[in-house]
Design a protein around this ligand. Structure first.
Ligand SMILES: NC(=O)c1ccc[n+]([C@@H]2O[C@H](COP(=O)([O-])OP(=O)(O)OC[C@H]3O[C@@H](n4cnc5c(N)ncnc54)[C@H](OP(=O)(O)O)[C@@H]3O)[C@@H](O)[C@H]2O)c1
Length: 236
């Protein structure tokens, strides 16, 4: 896939799942020069140009599952499938503690592998059956010490379900939590040549342990810059 080494990275995915009990995690999103992923929370904004959008679809096709937060579902109503590339659509995974996902969400519409809605217990039986009827699978995931769904528990459950590669697309809260939890293995970013001064991709500090990339690569697609790398083993 162009110069982005996703095929060689993902060749290690099954070995990674067997060793660590969780999928290999690729974080991938599009940002402006100032690090914004949208204008304001809850508003959709097209940031990628056509070539980098097509790359995103090739990345989707290379992964077994694709995760976003409920904030992104409510803001963008994404289909989360592969349309601009060859290959199968990954299984959607939505972080949705209170099962706010609308029944008419487009991610239910493509007749594919059942989307997984990760919710915090207790789940109301009525909500569960409504969403199951729409095609979802509901997974009850415990909360972590901050009260959010435990990403470590979710990744373990995905690993147990045989999923060895997971692409995380956003939005800001999800990007921030994955980085804070040190659960990202590799990153592929689209950087578009615009300033927004909007919703920052990383909303909270990662200090005292900033995360650095290694094996960094960069290429240009139309007007966008594509930058990738693996998260370094913990520093300091
Ligand atoms: N440029 C891009 O590439 C890109 C990609 C995706 C999204 N976006 C933009 O990002 C914005 C949405 O971002 P957002 O920050 O509002 O929402 P988000 O990150 O998509 O979803 C956050 C929600 O997920 C749920 N959640 C459950 N467990 C979580 C955990 N451990 N960590 C984080 N979230 C957890 C929470 O809702 P509950 O408490 O209800 O569970 C939380 O409010 C939209 O404007 C969208 O357009 C941009």
């Amino acid at each position: 896939m162009e110069m982005v080494p996703i095929a060689s990275w993902l060749a290690e995915a099954e070995a990674h799942r067997r060793k660590y009990g969780r999928p290999l995690v690729t974080l991938s999103y599009a940002q402006s020069l100032d690090g914004s992923i949208s204008t304001r929370r809850g508003e959709p904004l097209a940031i990628s140009g056509p070539a980098s959008l097509a790359l995103t679809h090739r990345l989707r096709a290379a992964h077994q599952a694709l995760l976003v937060g409920i904030g992104t579902v409510l803001a963008d109503n994404p289909r989360l499938n592969v349309r601009l590339a060859e290959g199968e659509s990954p299984r959607p995974v939505i972080l949705d503690s209170h099962l706010r996902c609308p029944l008419e969400a487009r991610l239910f519409q493509s007749g594919r592998q059942a989307p997984i809605l990760a919710a915090a217990p207790p789940v109301s039986p009525a909500q569960r059956s409504r969403l199951q009827a729409a095609g979802a699978e509901i997974w009850e995931i415990p909360r972590d010490s901050s009260g959010r769904l435990s990403l470590a528990a979710l990744l373990t459950a995905l690993g147990q379900a045989g999923i060895s590669s997971l692409m995380v697309e956003g939005g800001a809260r999800v990007i921030t939590s994955f980085l804070q939890a040190h659960l990202v293995d590799q990153v592929i970013l689209t950087v578009a040549p615009l300033f927004i001064g909007g919703l920052n991709a990383v909303e909270e500090t990662l200090l005292p342990t900033p995360l650095r990339l290694e094996d960094v690569g960069i290429t240009r697609m139309d007007e966008d810059i594509i930058l990738w790398g693996k998260i370094c083993a913990e520093e300091g």
